[in-house]
Write a protein that binds this ligand. Structure first.
Ligand SMILES: Nc1ncnc2c1ncn2[C@@H]1O[C@H](COP(=O)(O)OP(=O)(O)OP(=O)(O)O)[C@@H](O)[C@H]1O
Ligand SMILES: [Mg+2]
Length: 437
């Protein structure tokens, strides 16, 4: 008997699971309010970090202060096991110890319970990480398919608009008198078509199929210029604070699209601060280490620049935050917002091989963080002003849209050029060959 008791004792001592034998303490209504540790093993010490001598013979409320307040359900479970004799298997996170436990509890004798447990914090963390990655992947796929749909519509829409706007321009050329009814009608058509073109341009931006002309540039200047323009619509009580790294690395980007990004972010920030506030614009150089990248599957480990746009406005709820990059998602009243601003920003950032993140808290403010990959190329100075050049040369126009071809033909002829038309790349090449022979 003694031998077998010794054997079991040594088994409990040596086993890898934590082990604790306890006596439950109840109040006058038979409700479990505490327990006393009668015995614990080495693994208990190792897992919980609590020394045997600080635990054995002690009440849990003394040995682990804070446990009762943080995890009252544990008292209910152990109480039930000790008082009813039911077994229990469960997983629980004890905030006091910052550990996830997998526990099996049983009752060796009424009023007592034994808990055998494991530390599963690592597994839980891995599970959580996997869930996060799946959610990010799902979100990326959803954005991708909305993008394809939006891009398809916007592309066709844009071609139709090019025709409408071009012919309205021609009408204006032929009826330059703006007081004539034809001239006025042409103006109205142009105004409406321009608004529609803006909308479709934003959609194309989101769908990442807009015109894209990346050049090596420094982002600080672009942001400063954009703020200068947007600042005109600011109330006086909005303070702009620049926190620029003056040695910011070069990125390759489309100036116009970057301008769109910061205009949208700045206007949103302004709208979120109707009573004034502070807008912080920060740039910094960054190297993504492997640990960071693990949680962002679509980022490649290289040098990036990080741009932060932060406001201390009214912020957003978690639900709003989850949808902000979707096209046509807006919380603004009708006529105030189309919900395309951030969708465009998202598309453009992706188009540049970048990444965008948002974090926000109601009543505290919002932080948008953008990452762009660094380029080794040299910055090119900007050429300004494009003027229409008249001439008499022959120009070959290639496009598969009849409406676009006809317009180009008329416009170029107005400038004095001879125009050849090809309705596709193949025909274009045939023309060229014929011309050479
Ligand atoms: N800085 C911010 N603070 C609080 N909420 C914001 C902020 N930026 C965006 N939002 C929320 O995200 C929504 C979507 O923004 P988005 O820019 O895409 O569209 P919009 O501003 O509503 O309309 P649009 O930009 O097309 O005129 C906004 O309606 C708002 O609810
Ligand atoms: Mg907006």
């Amino acid at each position: 008997m003694r031998e077998s008791e010794e054997k079991y004792r040594s088994l409990f001592e040596k086993m890898l699971n934590g082990f604790a034998c306890c006596r439950i303490i109840v109040d006058e209504d038979n409700r479990p309010i505490d327990w006393i540790y009668l015995n614990v093993n080495d693994a208990f010490e190792k897992i919980t970090g609590l020394k045997k001598e600080t635990v054995i013979g002690k009440k849990v409320t003394e040995a682990i202060p804070g446990l009762k307040k943080d995890s009252p359900e544990l008292f209910d479970i152990y109480g039930r096991v000790a008082l009813t004799g039911e077994e229990a298997r469960f997983e629980i996170y004890l905030d006091t110890l910052k550990i996830w436990f997998s526990v099996m509890a049983f009752c060796p004798q009424k009023g007592y319970f034994v808990a055998v447990f494991d530390d599963i914090t690592e597994n839980k963390r891995a599970e959580e990480e996997k869930k996060n990655l799946q959610e990010q992947l799902f979100h990326a796929q959803k954005m991708e398919s909305i993008g394809r749909l939006a891009g398809g519509i916007a592309h066709d829409f844009n071609n139709i608009l090019t025709g409408i706007m071009g012919y309205a321009e021609l009408l204006k050329m032929q009826f330059p008198d703006t007081t004539s009814s034809v001239g006025q009608a042409a103006d109205v058509i142009l105004g409406g078509a321009e608004r529609a073109a803006n909308l479709s341009k934003q959609l194309l931006g989101f769908a990442r199929s807009g015109k894209y002309n990346p050049v090596p540039l420094k982002i600080n200047k672009i942001i400063r210029d954009t703020v200068k323009v947007s600042e005109k619509i600011f109330e006086k009580n909005i303070k702009v604070k620049y926190e620029f790294d003056e040695n910011i690395k070069t990125i390759e980007a489309d100036r116009h699209q970057l301008d769109q990004i910061f205009t949208n972010l700045i206007i949103n920030a302004k709208d979120a601060m109707p009573n004034g506030g502070e807008l912080i614009l920060r740039t910094e150089n960054l190297y993504f280490d492997k640990v960071f990248i693990k949680s962002k599957p679509d980022i490649v480990p290289v040098y990036y620049i990080k741009v932060t746009v932060a406001d201390d406005g009214f912020g957003m709820s978690k639900e709003v935050c989850e949808h902000v990059f979707e096209p046509f998602f807006t919380t603004k009243e009708e006529g105030k917002g189309t919900g395309l601003g951030l969708a465009t920003v998202y598309g453009i950032v992706k188009n540049h091989g970048g990444y965008i993140d948002v974090s926000s808290e109601p009543c505290k403010g919002t932080i948008f963080t953008l990452y762009f990959p660094v380029s080794e190329k040299k910055v090119i100075e900007i050429k300004k002003d494009i003027t229409l050049i008249k001439g008499s040369a022959t120009i070959l126009v290639i496009d598969d849209e009849e409406i676009v071809i006809n317009l180009a033909k008329k416009m170029l002829r107005n400038l004095g050029y001879k125009v050849l038309i090809a309705d596709g790349g193949g025909n274009g090449l045939r023309y060229l060959k014929k011309k050479r022979t």
